[in-house]
Design a protein around this ligand. Structure first.
Ligand SMILES: *[C@@H]1O[C@H](CO)[C@@H](O)[C@H](O)[C@H]1NC(C)=O
Length: 619
């Protein structure tokens, strides 16, 4: 662990001994409860049947028996960087990944076992590690042992991080961070294509040499088993600060800043790209082909990473860089680090007379950690087509041939809405007794959306009825009202009405052309009730709007008389008096008023039906 020890870590250790009994850190508790490293490694064999686990040596490796012999690619390092590296084991990527404990290199012996007895050595082995003292020493020692035993092995050390410049870095040199996974992918694909070790090593090295990365994080991560970080300790970041250049083991970066995301990204891109920065211009990113990798350090939400990626791509445009491939996701973490890194690969000619770096990046692979579903063809088609037509415009409703008297339809609907308006105070009163008082359930919300402005001529539906010519086609006329209702009602009742009315349009459309009799209407309404019942468990007896709906539809079907149907509906609505609520918000609100008043939604709908049938005035 010492190899990775930063000043902050030292401080934590110091405070560890000063406070011998820190409370169980949340993360440690999580690892105890959710499982530790061994079970995490084991999961890789569960999610990818082509990989196996040597638990004792923490080696994840490809099972033998897949295809012809190829150069094997091995990587590894401390745990806590998942999906690196175990989850990159699979066809077309790594042959084996060796894991240490959290943030600590595996031992030379673990690595030696991986090289000498867990992979195919016939065509040779490429070992790629990131530039950390512990990893370089342990992997290096194992490589030397394997070579001494007569195996063909090459070792590549990746240092893509530009977080610490030449001057400050001094002897420590550049560290390896997320860009390393691009080296793995490209060399893994080349090996899978059957290239010999010298070529695989050459291309891996070219990739590493043309790679720059920079990280930034809002905080240090807490390492399980260590004391939680004291937010007030010297060296810790304040709530509004970001550490630019932070490494993947909490290593300090080059600076701290209180900046917005665009400013932060501007700083980071300048560190990656500024050719005049003598301290940091490690790679001249001047290729026509640049690959961008935006990597989650583990604790950034997917939503945030999306925002970051868009900002990075926009600003790269200002540098004249339009990446030919963009990867955005979680490739190399620092446990749950609240940060991200940006890597740029300056694609160069591989000069091996074989596939290009981009082709190798595009090659399929079967490693669960590699997330890059977009194919070469899709990238290169540069398709910018869009769909701009608006399917909801009125013109899209095709006539059905189901005729109705549109003047009568308009009149009845107006009566219904007016009835609703008149009973609104009563609905409100009922709702205050049994509902939540904010009129959030049942028809009340709908009534409000439709009612008050009616008299002022601003009811959306009434306005629509006034302004729109009805066509006499039942489907078209009902369908044209649906969006008006959808746009003026919200909440649960709005959704229920919308579903019901859309289903009604659909049902009407299935009817044979001709005159729309009340029998046919009733049939369509029945179908709509059925459609509605798929989306809500409400049935008669539950003290909901459904109590008024079903009797109306049933009676209309039996008698063909809309007045009788409306009366049945109101009778049933009145009958909800005394029913306890079993659905809707009234359930949570509770209370005892339900004995004395009907369900406001059912009452409102029944009032609407009475209005519709012309009965309201006499009611
Ligand atoms: C790795 O770090 C060492 C110093 O520890 C440095 O000399 C070397 O150049 C670095 N290697 C890479 C590939 O960055």
């Amino acid at each position: 662990m010492g190899f990775y020890e930063t000043p902050e870590d030292k401080q934590i250790r110091a405070s560890d001994s000063a406070n011998p009994a820190p409370k169980l850190p949340v993360r440690l508790a999580a690892i105890v409860i959710f499982g530790g490293q061994d079970t995490a490694l084991e999961s890789l064999t569960i999610t990818n049947p082509s990989v196996a686990l040597d638990v004792a040596n923490k080696i994840v490796y490809r099972r033998p028996g897949y295809g012809p012999s190829q150069v094997s690619i091995i990587s590894g390092g401390g745990s806590g960087h998942e999906p690196s590296f175990g989850a990159f084991v699979g066809q077309g990527l790594l042959s084996a990944g060796v894991a240490g404990t959290i943030f600590a290199s595996p031992s030379a012996e673990q690595v030696r076992k991986a090289i000498m007895s867990r992979v195919d050595t016939e065509k040779g082995v490429l070992v790629t590690v990131m530039n950390y003292t512990g990893d370089v020493l342990n992997f290096g020692m194992a490589v030397e042992k394997a070579k001494a035993a007569g195996l063909k092995v090459e070792m590549l050390v990746v240092g893509d991080d530009v977080g610490v410049g030449r001057e400050k870095g001094g002897k420590v040199g550049r560290r390896g961070i997320a860009g390393t996974v691009l080296v793995h992918k490209i060399s893994g694909a080349l090996a899978a294509r059957g290239a010999p070790l010298d070529q695989v090593y050459k291309v891996a090295k070219l990739t590493a040499n043309n790679l720059v990365s920079i990280g930034a994080s809002l905080d240090h991560v807490h390492v399980p088993g260590r004391a939680p970080l004291d937010p007030n300790a010297e060296g810790s970041l304040s709530a509004d600060e970001v550490e630019v250049g932070m490494g993947i083991h909490n290593e300090a970066g080059s600076e701290r800043a209180k900046v917005s995301l665009p400013e932060l990204i501007k700083t980071m891109l300048t560190m990656l790209l500024d050719k005049n920065d003598k301290d940091r211009a490690f790679v001249n990113v001047n290729s026509n082909e640049v690959v961008l990798l935006v990597n989650n350090l583990g604790g950034v939400s997917v939503l945030e990473l999306g925002g970051i990626t868009t900002e990075v791509v926009k600003q790269l445009g200002g540098w004249g860089i339009r990446p030919v491939r963009i990867l955005s996701g979680t490739y190399m973490t620092s446990l749950n680090g609240p940060g991200f890194s940006i890597s740029l690969l300056n694609v160069v000619n591989t000069d091996i007379g074989g596939p290009s770096m981009i082709e190798l990046l595009d090659d399929p692979s079967e490693a669960t950690g590699w997330a890059s579903p977009v194919s070469k063809n899709t990238w290169e088609a540069k398709n910018t087509n869009t769909r701009e037509d608006d399917a909801t415009s009125d013109q899209s409703v095709k006539p059905s041939g189901l005729k109705m008297d549109s003047a009568a339809f308009k009149e009845a609907l107006t009566w219904g809405l007016e009835a609703l308006v008149e009973v609104e105070p009563e609905i409100t009163r009922f709702d205050t007794v049994v509902g939540d008082g904010d009129c959030g359930i049942g028809l009340k919300r709908g009534a409000e959306g439709l009612n008050a402005p009616i008299y002022r001529g601003r009811s959306p539906v009434l306005k629509h009825l006034k302004e729109t010519q009805t066509t006499g086609d039942a489907v078209v006329d009902v369908a044209n009202i649906v969006p008006v209702i959808e746009n003026s009602m919200d909440g649960t009742s709005g959704a229920l009405f919308a579903i019901f009315l859309n289903a009604l349009v659909h049902s009407l459309r299935k009817l044979p052309a001709g005159e729309a009799s009340s029998q046919l209407w009733s049939q369509a309404l029945k179908d709509s009730c059925e459609a509605l019942s798929k989306y809500t468990p409400a049935r008669p007896g539950d003290r909901t709007i459904v109590d008024a709906l079903y009797p109306f539809v049933d009676t209309l079907g039996q008698s063909g008389d809309i007045k009788e149907a409306a009366r049945a509906s109101m009778k049933a609505a009145e009958g909800t008096k005394g029913m306890p609520a079993s659905l809707g918000r009234a359930v949570y609100v509770g209370g005892s008023g339900f004995e004395s008043v009907p369900d406001p939604g059912a009452f409102g709908l029944a009032s609407f039906f009475l209005g519709l049938s012309g009965l309201y005035k006499s009611f």
